[in-house]
Design a protein. Sequence first.
Length: 256
Amino acid sequence: MIRSVIDIAVKAGDAILDIYKQEFTVELKNDNSPLTTADKNANAIIIAGLKNIAGSIPIISEENKLLDYSIRKNWSSCWIVDPLDGTKEFIKKNGEFTVNIALVKDGLPVLGVIHVPAQNITYYAEKGKGSFKIENEKTSRLEIRNLAEDGTLKIVGSRSHQTPELLEYVEQQKQFFPNVDFVAAGSSLKFCLLAEGKADVYPRLGPTMEWDTCAGQIIATEAGAVVLRWDNNEPLLYNREDLLNPYFIVKNPLLH
């Protein structure tokens, strides 16, 4: 199934790039978040593709009408999709936007694909099978790096959503590590930076939705990281009644 999901993500990414190369208009959704034709086109491709390969599995997508929790709570499995994660980065045309597709079973992701259309790079993982990156038609296995292996703790955070809590966390880590670098990145790429050993920790002390994080979570954990709620160190779960995530942290498990 993973190959089929990768193909769907790439097709959605191609549709996004078709719009990316043009002048495009931006709508505002009810929550004032931006929406473009690229979001809509990619969503249509993904929904059709997933229904084709696994028609019985329901889909939660940022761009679909959300079913009530009284229905969703009975789902043992579901897809969680963000057809264009990082719409603000897309609008800025900085290339840091992604297609996110994940399969959830009993609250935890078991398969995830993150495609980066502007870079033609795809990250993917399946539970128990490892985490991988496809670049220039070559596939490489991903592993987190040794904690601060170059003497510098590398903290990755949002390019568009930095919060006072995040900046406070960066300052706190300077008590424990002689060098602390802050690396900014957009969309779900922050999970991927940890997975491929380019960062040590991603504290998310600001709002995200389940579709922003689900695919990234399994890509990071299959590479050796942990993804935990900030408030209680429990795993970040999915298809909850409220799809707004609690604050969380993605990190090398050796980092306290």
